[in-house]
Design a protein around this ligand. Structure first.
Ligand code: FRU
Length: 504
């Protein structure tokens, strides 16, 4: 065999191995309950989204990852990349635990002006800022075992080098001191870190991502305090030409429908202090399965949110075998004013259209009490419709073994709901079955609804994203029937089902 032949055989072997690897990945995404239009890791445990940053046409998604098990364990940062936030390619693990501890949640920024000095030869560094959780310190009963560290990448997020001067922010003795979300505050040419510190948010600032000074605190006696505060985010959004600042704060437990949930405050931020306009507790998503969500950095005025589609109550018990837990669909955030109160609204990103096929029905159901509409359903789809009045209705997804998921609006309560009490496998945790309500916030006399249905999840966006409910489910057979139920007073119009192509 000559060198040429040898090389050829070598190449063939390598590509065969690669293709086999790819097959394995594709096979992995055919398992029961495997989301087809949401990101989930090919295998093993995942929780919070981390380090979400957009750079050079690529959306990076890092995530809390335990590569050796399907339950939470020593945390790494897993990594996935996408050019549209819809199709994902899982990458090698980005950050491994070290002597300072596990790699907990955090964020990533594009250090355009090379304030950190990590950039070499004009190369712009990406800098990740994350919490390190030292399990030994925790075991020893210390209270300063969570600190903040940084790492940088000079190859567009592929590989990361930890800063030798870590940690960059030491712990003053607060047991819960984590989840740094960093942004560039242009008016003062400085970085601002929003950090969850037990029962409040603490803001820090830095000229270079390495030296941090405390600026202020917010929230000790504001908002929901059913559990510890985690995974905050702070960003500006415009409404009618005015800038408002939005502060997201996840809380666990204490969510609106039990367990984990994400609240938000709307107010003002002057580079030092956040002041809320109104401190009534509001939730970005009322469902049980949207936690620790934050927004992508470096997306300009567009603010795109993604959450972990599970709940700490049962995340380690859900009946999936090789992998555990997925993310929500990315959602574009905006502000809306209703009767003088400003709310955050979430809408699935328009990039979802990349995988939407032509709608299969535009039939209008007129004055029909119980109307079977679709006898066979696509595997995953978007269902959209609107109503001409505000009245009770429900949508029933069911399968041939008598399991069902009910979605609807209850006029007497003025609430939307998702009922998963008879949805299939529910016994893995006593708190899984339930009916989850979200208040209707819109005051319009007509409504619209958009549902994103995947193999084991549903996301409800009502009234242009003002009321949101995300819920996972595990039917013993896929739901293959869909019917609407409504009284004669109201018409459900413009029903459309858009089948979605699998992203895998
Ligand atoms: C939120 C959280 C974070 C922490 C991470 C650990 O779900 O508890 O506060 O950084 O998960 O995995």
């Amino acid at each position: 065999m000559n060198i040429k032949q040898g090389l050829l055989i070598g190449c063939c072997l390598l590509s065969a191995l690669y293709l086999k690897g790819q097959d394995k990945v594709t096979e992995a995404y055919k398992e029961p309950f495997r989301p087809q239009v949401h990101f989930s890791p090919a295998k093993k445990w995942m929780n919070d989204p981390n380090g979400m940053v957009f750079y050079k046409g690529v959306y990076h998604l890092f995530f809390q990852y335990y590569p050796n098990g399907t339950k939470w364990g020593p945390m790494h940062w897993g990594h996935a990349e996408s050019s549209d936030m819809i199709h994902w390619r899982q990458m090698p693990v980005a950050l491994y635990p070290d002597s300072l501890g596990y790699i907990f949640s955090g964020s990533a920024v594009v250090d355009e002006h090379n304030t950190s000095g990590f950039g070499k030869n004009g190369q712009v560094p990406l800098v990740a800022i994350f919490c390190q959780h030292d399990p030994k310190g925790e075991k020893a009963g210390k209270d300063n075992f969570q600190t903040e560290s940084i790492a940088y990448s000079l190859d567009e997020g592929k590989t990361w080098t930890k800063y030798p001067g870590n940690p960059v922010l030491k712990n003053p003795g607060i047991r819960d001191f984590r989840d740094p979300k960093v942004m560039w505050y242009a008016p003062e040419n400085k970085w601002v870190m929003t950090l969850a510190t037990k029962d409040r948010i603490t803001f820090f600032s830095s000229p270079n991502l390495k030296d941090w000074n405390k600026e202020s605190e917010f929230g000790k006696d504001k908002g929901g305090h059913g559990g510890v505060w985690e995974c905050p985010d702070l960003f500006p959004l415009q409404l009618d030409g005015k800038t408002y600042w939005v502060l997201l704060v996840s809380v666990n437990p204490g969510g609106p429908n039990g367990g984990s949930g994400t609240q938000y405050f709307i107010g003002d931020f002057d580079g030092k202090t956040f002041t809320a306009i109104n401190t009534e507790t509001k939730w970005i998503d009322y469902g049980p399965d949207d936690y620790a969500g934050v927004t992508w950095s470096n997306t300009g005025k567009r603010k795109i949110f993604l959450g972990w589609m599970s709940n700490w109550i049962y995340a380690a018990q859900v009946p999936t075998e090789k992998w555990r837990n997925a993310m929500t669909v990315p959602r574009e955030l905006s502000l809306k004013q209703i009767n003088g109160v400003i709310f955050l609204s979430s809408k699935p990103v328009m990039e979802l259209r990349h995988i939407a096929l032509k709608s299969v029905s535009t039939a209008t159901a007129k004055d029909t009490a119980l109307m079977p509409v679709f006898s066979s359903l696509p595997d995953q789809y978007i269902l959209k419709f609107n109503t001409d009045k505000i009245n009770d209705y429900s949508i029933i997804l069911s399968n041939d073994v008598g399991e069902k998921l009910v979605i609807g609006y209850d006029k007497s309560k003025n609430k939307y709901y998702i009922d998963r009490t008879k949805s299939g496998k529910i016994d893995f945790n006593p708190e899984f079955a339930g009916i989850f309500f979200a208040p209707r916030l819109s005051s319009a006399q007509a409504s619209n609804l958009e549902l994103i249905v995947d193999a084991s999840s549903i996301e409800l966006f009502a009234d242009n994203g003002l009321s949101v409910i995300s819920s996972i489910f595990f039917p013993n057979k896929p739901y293959n029937h869909l019917r609407f139920q409504n009284n004669k007073v109201m018409t459900i119009k413009n029903k459309e089902v858009f089948p979605l192509k699998s992203i895998w």
